[in-house]
Design a protein around this ligand. Structure first.
Ligand code: SF4
Length: 101
C-alpha cells in the first residue's frame, strides 16, 4: 500500500476541460462524462479504485483523493500547469479519510 502525505481535489466550477492534468498524472486525474476532470485513487496504489466523480464518490471539495508519494511530483506539475488553477493540494487529513470508511 502507498503512503500519502498530501491529498488533492478539483474545483469543477473552474475546470476548463483541457485534460492537461490527466496527461501529466493519469493515475490521479480522469475525465468525467460531462467533459470535466475529477480525481481518483487507483487499486494499484491503494488497493481499490475510487473515482471522485459525484457518483461513486463525492466530487468538488468533498471529493478529496490521497496522492501516492510516487505521484507527488507529477500532481504538483499538473497543478502548476492547470489553466483553471482549480487543482487543490492539501495536507493529508485523517479525519477526511475516516469519513469515507
Ligand atoms: S488541468 Fe485543470 S482545467 Fe485542465 S482538465 Fe485538469 S483540472 Fe481541468
Amino acid at each position: 500500500m502507498a503512503d500519502a502525505s498530501l491529498m488533492v481535489w478539483i474545483d469543477q466550477d473552474l475546470c476548463t476541460g483541457d485534460g492537461i492534468c490527466e496527461e501529466i498524472a493519469p493515475d490521479v486525474f480522469q475525465a468525467r462524462d460531462d467533459g470535466l476532470w475529477v480525481v481518483r485513487e487507483t487499486a494499484a496504489h491503494w488497493g481499490a479504485d475510487v473515482l471522485f466523480d459525484g457518483t461513486q464518490a463525492p466530487d468538488g471539495s468533498q471529493g478529496v483523493a490521497r496522492i501516492p508519494d510516487s505521484e507527488l511530483e507529477a500532481v504538483v506539475e499538473a497543478a502548476e500547469e492547470c489553466p483553471g488553477e482549480c487543482i487543490m493540494i492539501e495536507p493529508f487529513d485523517q479525519a477526511i479519510f475516516d469519513k469515507r470508511t
